[in-house]
Unconditional design. Structure first.
Length: 70
């Protein structure tokens, strides 16, 4: 027996999940900046690109889920 969530409950759960994507993306980009400072620029840049990809996935999920029209 599955419980159905209301729209408000679904929105709150989605906010929690997307918030984690946001923190993860910025954390990885911050680690990339640290790597650029402590080691070499290409290694740090690859971490920054990985963080940017996560943030782009975050944006895609928000647009797809909530049908945001540009």
């Amino acid at each position: 027996m599955k419980r159905r969530l209301s729209e408000q409950q679904e929105f709150e759960v989605m906010k929690l999940v997307l918030d984690k994507f946001l923190w993860l993306g910025f954390g990885i980009m911050g680690f990339g900046l640290y790597q650029m400072y402590s080691t070499t620029i290409p290694i740090g840049l690859s971490w920054i690109v990985a963080g940017a990809v996560i943030l782009l996935i975050f944006t895609w999920i928000v647009i797809k889920e909530y049908e945001i029209i540009r």
